[in-house]
Write a protein that binds this ligand. Structure first.
Ligand SMILES: *[C@@H]1O[C@H](CO)[C@@H](O)[C@H](O)[C@H]1NC(C)=O
Ligand SMILES: *[C@@H]1O[C@H](CO)[C@@H](O)[C@H](O)[C@H]1NC(C)=O
Ligand SMILES: *[C@@H]1O[C@H](CO)[C@@H](O)[C@H](O)[C@H]1NC(C)=O
Ligand SMILES: *[C@@H]1O[C@H](CO)[C@@H](O)[C@H](O)[C@H]1NC(C)=O
Ligand SMILES: *[C@@H]1O[C@H](CO)[C@@H](O)[C@H](O)[C@H]1NC(C)=O
Ligand SMILES: *[C@@H]1O[C@H](CO)[C@@H](O)[C@H](O)[C@H]1NC(C)=O
Ligand SMILES: *[C@@H]1O[C@H](CO)[C@@H](O)[C@H](O)[C@H]1NC(C)=O
Ligand SMILES: *[C@@H]1O[C@H](CO)[C@@H](O)[C@H](O)[C@H]1NC(C)=O
Length: 745
């Protein structure tokens, strides 16, 4: 994008904001209604009711209007300034009553705001160069002009002579000049044209006539017909209520800005379809009281029609259709007086129209006042001005519907339209949208990717909404790069960590950010602080809200795991034991199960004990083993086969029992048979692992023990018996664990 384009955009921005929002500053010095097509769009709608203060009655500067040095001064304050083509003695407010002799070669003579009350005779301009083509005689309190006073100025083309006290008769010498091209008689207190006023005039070359700020009231344009070259005619502010048109073959520009016209001017020749204005391309009728445009309309060349501030409250179908306005490009129907009644379907059925201004009409676009197809047929539209209407209740579907016919739209004005929310889809059907104005709405946030769907968007104005946060996802990197102008000023920013990314964007691309109304990018939550001045410790911003939530979640999880682990650590041995038991038992059980199936033991347990401990065995152990656990127990008194040798009996019992429970006690140590049984079992351990289960009845002194017992005790854990109740159940628990697989099966 070239610097020139950027400049244009900035200027546009400023002009739009300033002029749309400040409604009374317009003076009539320049020509704001000159809405030529090369004006940037949107400017059309900035035309405002001019004030009638003194400025309105000053002449319009002629460019280029260069003055370089002072060139005449009397003792008092009278001064003239000159360049080699210009002599400017203006604004001496009655101090200068003659034209001083200065230098030859002057072409432009500005004598406005002086005291030339009477242009007395032919010699009046004797001090003036014959090359003068423009004389500005505004505001001289002039009442008389001698008949042939302009005669010597052979090259005179422009006479600016408003703000005087000249009657039509007194003005005749002006129009007596055959070279005259442009006449400006604003603020002359003129009334209705006398009949046939120009009839005998030689001023056939007048192309431009401005009679604004007079008191015409009525106008029969046929009086102007002798000015056969007339191209531009301006009649602002003349209390004109009655207008009769006539044939003007060369008239291109006609302005009746701010009058009292009730009727749209007649444009067809009496009852036919022949045009009265074959060349007219601008028709300015703003600030009148016209309520309709009746058929027929004969304006074959009209490109710009300004009907702003009239009383059209019913836009009928085909009102601006191509049949009535074949060349129409711009139509301004902004700010109608009175409540809008209806905008019918196909009101703008004209594919040639590129600009429609419908702003300031306070129309509720969600209601059926506006037909969903009101823009149907307006397929060439590129600029749509809808500021200051009511879009509060307009749904997204409705927006899509309304804008469906105008898919080529490039500029859309929706400022001050009470819009409360937009989504990334709101404008999705407008791929060519380049400028979007959404300022002074009620938007509270920008959705993710709000404008990412608009590949051509360059200019975005969303100032003065209620946006407090701009999330980083609202503008994709592409969109950020694409925008050349972004105005978010006047929003109540919430300055916190979340604004930092936006601040960085602002800092890195300051030219991208606009603030055309100087509202600033201020922090609403902090006193007297702008977004760019806002600082915050970056550490505290390292994590945003989400990250914080995540971190807290992690900490909780960690604490939870930590406490669990601590508990486990405290019970690690128990755990290990448990795990061991589980694993071992599983493993053992399956092994033993196999073995048992293979061997088919006759007994589950062989009880080995000393004679002296028999009482304990019978009272304490056997009832549990046999009755409770339902084990088959071999006890030598009972189960040894009589007649067999005792050694064979022992060997058989050991071999045919799954386990051997040895009840250690001092008696056991002294019993020969017990020692024998122990030794026999020890020999079995080689083949059958874990065959022995040791039960220690009482503390047995090691010196009492046999070497075999000591060896077993060293390698095998034993289960101790004690008489207390708790110890007893612990004993049984451990024993059952030791015999686990046997008990279960
Ligand atoms: C003459 O000078 C006055 C200021 O004194 C200025 O407003 C006016 O535009 C000038 N006239 C022309 C034709 O430039
Ligand atoms: C005005 O005078 C300057 C020298 O003072 C000269 O260079 C310039 O060409 C003159 N301009 C015209 C339009 O005569
Ligand atoms: C003469 O000019 C001065 C300023 O230049 C002004 O104050 C004064 O009113 C003028 N005199 C008249 C009679 O207008
Ligand atoms: C011509 O200028 C001179 C002085 O510059 C002045 O005295 C004389 O009155 C002027 N003539 C007219 C007709 O204004
Ligand atoms: C317009 O036409 C009517 C008849 O149709 C005629 O009476 C009237 O004189 C015509 N007016 C002009 C100005 O031609
Ligand atoms: C719209 O205009 C086209 C051509 O300009 C015409 O054919 C069509 O009938 C019009 N539609 C309506 C509804 O007026
Ligand atoms: C609008 O955009 C489409 C593609 O998105 C393109 O083909 C078309 O030429 C554009 N129209 C204008 C007027 O730029
Ligand atoms: C706001 O701050 C600026 C400087 O940053 C200071 O000049 C101005 O006086 C302050 N205004 C208020 C109302 O504190």
């Amino acid at each position: 994008m070239s610097a020139h384009e950027i400049f244009t955009i900035i200027v546009l921005f400023s002009v739009l904001y300033v002029s749309v929002n400040s409604r009374s500053v317009k003076a009539a010095r320049d020509d704001p209604l000159d809405m030529t097509l090369h004006n940037e769009q949107g400017l059309m709608s900035v035309v405002k009711r001019p004030t009638t203060d003194k400025l309105a009655c000053w002449s319009t500067p002629v460019p280029p209007y260069l003055i370089t040095h002072p060139c005449f001064s009397t003792g008092s304050d009278v001064q003239c300034r000159c360049s080699n083509t210009t002599q400017d003695c203006s604004s001496n407010f009655g101090n200068l009553t003659y034209i001083p002799k200065l230098f030859t070669g002057v072409q432009v003579l500005n004598f406005s705001n002086n005291g030339l009350q009477r242009l007395t005779d032919e010699r009046f301009f004797v001090n003036v160069s014959r090359d003068v083509w423009l004389v500005d005689l505004f505001n001289n309190d002039m009442a008389y002009i001698a008949p042939r006073v302009f005669r010597p100025l052979h090259k005179l083309r422009t006479v600016l002579i408003g703000g005087n006290r000249l009657s039509y008769e007194a003005l005749r010498p002006v129009f007596a000049n055959p070279t005259l091209n442009k006449v400006d008689i604003k603020c002359g207190g003129l009334g209705v044209f006398p009949d046939q006023y120009f009839h005998k005039t030689p001023a056939v070359n007048v192309k431009y006539l401005d009679l604004s700020w007079n008191n015409m009231g009525e106008l029969d344009m046929s009086v102007l017909q002798p000015l056969s070259s007339l191209t531009r005619f301006r009649l602002w502010h003349n209390k004109l209520y009655q207008l009769k048109t006539a044939y003007f073959p060369f008239l291109e520009y006609l302005s009746f800005h701010e009058n009292r016209l009730f009727d749209f001017p007649v444009t067809c020749r009496n009852g036919t379809k022949d045009t009265l204005f074959p060349s007219l391309n601008h028709l300015i009728l703003d600030y009148n009281v016209i309520s309709t445009i009746p058929d027929p309309v004969c304006l074959p060349k009209l490109t710009v029609l300004n009907m702003m501030y009239n009383r059209i409250v019913h836009f009928t179908s085909s009102m601006f259709s191509a049949i009535r306005f074949p060349e129409l490009k711009k139509i301004e129907v902004t700010e109608m007086e009175g409540k809008m009644k209806k905008i019918e379907a196909y009101a703008f059925n004209n594919s040639g129209i590129v600009y429609v201004g419908l702003g300031f009409n306070r129309v509720d676009f969600s209601s059926d006042v506006v037909d969903g197809d009101f823009l149907a047929g307006c397929t060439g539209l590129t600029d749509l001005f809808l500021n200051e209407n009511n879009f509060r209740e307009v749904s997204e579907e409705r927006i899509h519907r309304l804008l469906r016919p105008v898919g080529e739209l490039k500029t859309l004005y929706l400022g001050k339209a009470q819009i409360q929310r937009i989504t990334s889809k709101t404008f999705i059907n407008l791929p060519n949208l380049t400028r979007l104005y959404l300022y002074e709405n009620s938007l509270q946030f920008l959705p993710d990717g709000a404008f990412d769907q608009l590949p051509n968007l360059r200019l975005l104005a969303i100032g003065e909404n209620r946006i407090s946060k701009v999330s980083s996802t609202a503008f994709s990197a592409d969109t950020q790069r694409r925008l050349t102008g972004l105005d978010l000023s006047g929003n109540p920013f919430d300055c916190s960590c979340e604004i930092m990314w936006f601040q960085q964007w602002m800092m890195s691309k300051p030219r991208q950010f606009k603030d055309v109304r100087s509202l600033g990018y201020t922090c609403a939550n902090l006193h007297n602080m702008t977004v760019s001045d806002f600082t915050i410790n970056p550490q505290s911003c390292l994590m945003d809200h989400n990250a914080a939530v995540l971190v807290i979640a992690f900490i909780c999880l960690y604490l939870f795991l930590f406490s669990i682990i601590t508990i486990f650590f405290g019970y690690r041995w128990h755990l290990r034991l448990w795990l061991y038991a589980v694993c071992r038992v599983r493993h053992e059980r399956s092994r033993r199960q196999l073995e048992r199936q293979a061997r088919g033991f006759r007994f589950d347990v062989f009880l080995v004990y000393a004679e002296e401990d028999m009482k304990w065995v019978e009272n304490e152990l056997l009832p549990v083993l046999e009755d409770e656990w339902r084990l088959r127990v071999c006890v030598h008194q009972r189960d040894f086969v009589p007649g067999k040798h005792i050694v064979d009996n022992i060997a058989d019992c050991v071999d045919e029992s799954d386990r051997v429970v040895l009840v250690f006690s001092p008696h056991f140590a002294r019993s020969q048979w017990c020692q024998f049984e122990l030794k026999y079992c020890q020999s079995c351990v080689m083949d059958r692992d874990d065959v022995m289960v040791l039960v220690a009845l009482e503390e047995t002194e090691s010196r009492d023990m046999s070497s075999a017992m000591l060896a077993v005790l060293r390698t095998t854990t034993y289960i101790e018996w004690a008489d207390e109740e708790a110890a007893r159940s612990s004993f049984l628990g451990r024993l059952s664990l030791a015999l686990n697989d046997v008990v279960q099966s």
